[in-house]
Design a protein around this ligand. Sequence first.
Ligand SMILES: O=C(O)CCC(=O)C(=O)O
Ligand SMILES: [Fe+2]
Length: 266
Amino acid sequence: MDTRLPGPRGRSERGQGACCLRGPDGLHQTLPFDKLVQRATEEKHKEFFISEDEKYYLRSLGEDPRKDVADIRKQFPLLEEDIKFPKFFKEEQFFSSVFRISSPGLQLWTHYDVMDNFLIQVTGKKRVVLFSPRDAQYLYLAGTKSEVLDIDNPDLTKYPLFAKARRYECSLEAGDVLFIPALWFHNVISEEFGVGVNVFWKHLPPECYDKTDTYGNKDPTAASRAAQILDRALKTLSELPEEYRDFYARRMVLHIQDRAYSKNFE
Ligand SMILES: O=C(O)CCC(=O)C(=O)O
Ligand SMILES: [Fe+2]
């Protein structure tokens, strides 16, 4: 599974009108678009790849998924006329627009994206749980996603700090638009077969973003560079015996808190 993608992976291949699916075994399968939609509407399938209750998810990608970002207006030109994005940002801030189709019961793990986002629900009901970026310390992050998968019944022995995370919950129905600010964590359950679109846009100056990012979830380049430098600092600290390493590491944490934490959030 491509760890940069929240949830199961689906790829639209415009030329063939087919969707490419990657199962947990890493194998690729393709389905014509209409079949994918059909299967996504079903709770139980007569035809399936792995199990009769498997779930389907389309997350559209760009023409060349490694280089191009998704733009529903380009990959699904028939829909272009139907789509009007709310005018909350300038044309040049536009990053991508992603077509999302999901089976009932499909849940996407808690993750953050680095762009501001309008999640637009076209049909179906969806529950969205949000967590503030300030609660990152309680979410057991691995990259951009949380290790706590079952947020409704979390294993608090394994993830005790999760109990401190404050959840904001909302329900999206056809016609609803949710603003998900950059860095806000979100966990999404499709309660019904759902069709939606989301639009990501840049609110930082364009040079802050990673140019190789096609999903809107690679950290700003300054953040990635700082993380690399920190890794080097940690390697250097490990040259010291434990007692000294601990002492200097704690001093470095205090230094970071003093110099880099925002005073506005205290
Ligand atoms: O609603 C979905 O299927 C996923 C939403 C999401 O992760 C996003 O818009 O960034
Ligand atoms: Fe997301």
